[in-house]
Design a binder for this molecule. Structure first.
Ligand code: HEM
Length: 623
């Protein structure tokens, strides 16, 4: 029996007398053989328990600080503080594994305290990420001018996802001047190296203001062309197809690609679009820094995409001259648009940038402009066609619109040109659009300030140079904020009318009735004529700045959002008014692997059938 204690004595300094009385006790209770087993279990357990002590202590301390941070603030005494660290067991690792491999659950748990969304600090491999949630605090992030820079995450994505070289990234990383026209006063970055600002302002010009109409019209016209040439019988009979998302990729994806980047890119590399979707599926693995030897195929796809862009740029450099610019003053058949042409010039003036660097930057731009707008349009259309009542209600408002011919695409151009405006103002379609993005947009929006600590909502501090992330999923699923009509329409399901406000129904609207007016004030209804069009209900996202955030927010919000909205409305209305679609796959599951990287897509192919609506021409005249 003495041998039972041989190892034990090293760690636990019992006296010999204590050991022998303990051995005797065990033997008398369990008999010699069981006592021996128990003692050997004990031998092993004690060192393990001792090993765990520092972890348990660390956890306990972090937990106490965590709980204390969320006590109601005493405005007299409490100074703004950093959000607390989310408790974790292993000190260096922190929440790294869950962040990389179980993002949804980590976000669900970490951003909630006592039922409310709260800001929290994640410790990840000795670094820290500040997850900022809660409508009030998120709205405060968008308002802070000095917190307007997403350059940290863009540098990360340019390197690890889009393949930019370290040499070219240096200037991106060194740019601490912010995205605003006026640089941060403490920044010494030379004007030509303000890569955050110069790229963002170029995008704002291209996809807002006057650039919006030209880029939208091109893409919309190409979608009409693609659909009219698609393999859908001209005699109005049905044709069955295997995959609704693939259909959107081929029709809408191709239209956006060609509309924004011109016909040369897809002509020189006919498989570009297929490769782009393959690459899109692999982006989570790139973002997790998976090495080449573990996913050779995905790296080869990325290499092919970079090659294709290289070939396109070379061809455009050799072939373009000013006379190639089309009548809209924007498009040309080589570069595609004024934005792409001037982006070349601006980026080449930035230190460390060369043709190779722009190839990687353009892969990022093309990915951003195609891979969200296509699944979002598809999901909107899918929801409409899965619900006959919804389809018919929408058609009753939209069937007057004719989306063929030039006039149809002009926004507010007089005569028949306001069809686009009619579409954009349709309350039910607007609600379907907003609900689709609420339900399916899952992105991390990232900000940081290189020069100073920033206080948010008077209570929380984001230290300088720290990464702040806002997760759209956490905000879009906030049960304390969004209206579920007493649980009848849970937040993980689609409710077409969630964003409609009925002035006569206090329970209607996107936000719960018990949210205090300091957090949300129901907007007043628009003029009576507009109300009549929406059968008494109106659509508004006013007051939702910190809660409905599919495009991020503030000055650095997605520069393509107005363009994206128009394309989604246009594609959805075109499919609704000019075609009949029947979704044949009953249960459509979404792919959850891309959490944090954009719009969800269906996991498996969605079978459907489609036909042209030949007899619908009720209003060939302009509205
Ligand atoms: C449903 C469609 C789309 C969604 C949900 C979406 C969402 C987002 C989000 C969340 C961001 C980060 C914004 C922030 O930091 O606050 C972003 C950035 C960006 N988006 Fe979009 N986007 C969409 C469509 C587009 C389109 C169509 C384009 C191009 C035409 C585009 C181009 C970009 C670019 C270039 C950035 C980087 C921002 C910059 O450099 O300033 N996006 N987008």
């Amino acid at each position: 029996m003495d041998s039972l204690w041989n190892n034990q004595t090293v760690l636990v300094h019992w006296t010999e007398q204590q050991q022998s009385s303990y051995s005797q006790l065990l033997m008398s209770y369990f008999g010699p053989s069981r006592a021996s087993t128990l003692a050997s279990v004990f031998n092993r357990a004690v060192p393990c328990l001792l090993f765990l002590v520092p972890f348990i202590l660390n956890y306990a301390i972090v937990l106490i600080l965590y709980r204390r941070a969320y006590r109601p603030p005493d405005s007299e005494k409490d100074a703004p503080q950093c959000p607390p660290i989310y408790p974790h067991f292993v000190p260096f690792l922190g929440s790294a594994i869950s962040f990389a491999f179980d993002g949804v659950n980590l976000i669900k748990k970490a951003t909630r305290h006592a039922g409310s969304l709260v800001p929290v600090r994640l410790s990840i491999l000795a670094n820290e990420i500040y997850l900022i949630q809660g409508p009030e605090v998120v709205a405060a992030v968008w308002k802070k001018k000095h917190l307007g820079s997403p350059i940290l995450i863009y540098s990360f994505a340019l390197k690890h996802v889009f393949g930019m070289s370290e040499k070219s990234l240096k200037t991106y990383r060194a740019d601490d001047s912010g995205s605003h026209r006026r640089p941060h006063p403490a920044s010494n970055v030379a004007p030509h190296n303000r890569v955050d600002f110069v790229t963002h302002v170029g995008l704002l010009r291209a996809f807002g203001g006057s650039g919006l109409n030209t880029s939208f019209r091109r893409c919309a016209g190409l979608l009409q062309r693609n659909l009219s040439n698609a393999a859908i019988p001209k005699d109005g009979s049905w044709v069955e197809m295997p995959d609704f998302f693939a259909f959107f990729q081929e029709q809408l994806g191709a239209a956006v690609l060609e509309g924004l980047y011109g016909p040369a890119l897809p002509r020189l590399s006919p498989h570009f679009l297929q490769d782009l979707w393959k690459f899109d599926r692999a982006t989570p693995k790139f973002a997790k820094l998976t090495p080449r030897f573990l996913m050779r195929g995905s790296y080869e796809v990325r290499d092919r995409l970079l090659d294709a862009i290289r070939r396109w740029h070379r061809h455009a450099r050799q072939s373009f001259d000013e006379s190639a610019i089309g009548p809209d003053g924007d498009a040309d058949p080589f570069w595609g648009s004024k934005h792409v042409r001037s982006r070349q010039e601006t980026l080449l003036q930035v230190d460390g940038q060369d043709h190779e660097a722009i190839v990687a930057a353009d892969l990022g731009l093309i990915w951003a402009s195609v891979t969200n707008v296509v699944p979002s349009s598809m999901m909107c259309t899918l929801y409409i066609y899965r619900d006959e009542k919804l389809r018919d209600r929408l058609r009753s408002g939209l069937d007057r619109i004719v989306l063929t011919g030039e006039d149809a695409l002009l926004a507010g151009g007089g005569g028949g040109g306001d069809m686009m405006e009619t579409m954009l103002r349709n309350p039910l379609l607007s609600s379907v659009y907003a609900e689709t993005l609420r339900l399916h947009l899952q992105a991390y929006v990232t900000r940081s300030c290189a020069h100073e600590d920033v206080t948010l909502a008077g209570r929380w501090v984001l230290p300088r140079n720290k990464v702040c992330m806002v997760n759209t999923y956490a905000s879009h699923m906030d049960e304390n904020f969004w209206n579920t009509r007493g649980g009848a329409f849970p937040l993980d399901t689609f409710w077409a009318e969630r964003f409609l406000i009925d002035p006569k129904d206090a329970e209607s609207g996107p936000v719960r009735m018990d949210v205090p007016p300091t957090q949300y004030k129901k907007p007043s209804p628009p003029p009576a004529e507009e109300l009549a069009e929406g059968q008494g209900k109106f659509f508004s996202v006013s007051g939702l700045e910190g809660a409905w955030i599919p495009y991020g927010g503030g000055y650095a919000a997605c520069p393509g959002r107005h363009f994206a909205k128009r394309i989604i409305f246009f594609a959805t209305t075109l499919l609704l008014t000019e075609y009949d679609v029947e979704i044949l796959t009953r249960n459509v599951e979404v792919d959850t692997r891309c959490f944090g990287l954009g719009t969800q897509k269906p996991k498996d192919p969605v079978r459907f059938r489609i036909r042209r609506r030949l007899g619908r021409r009720v209003a060939e005249q302009p509205l």
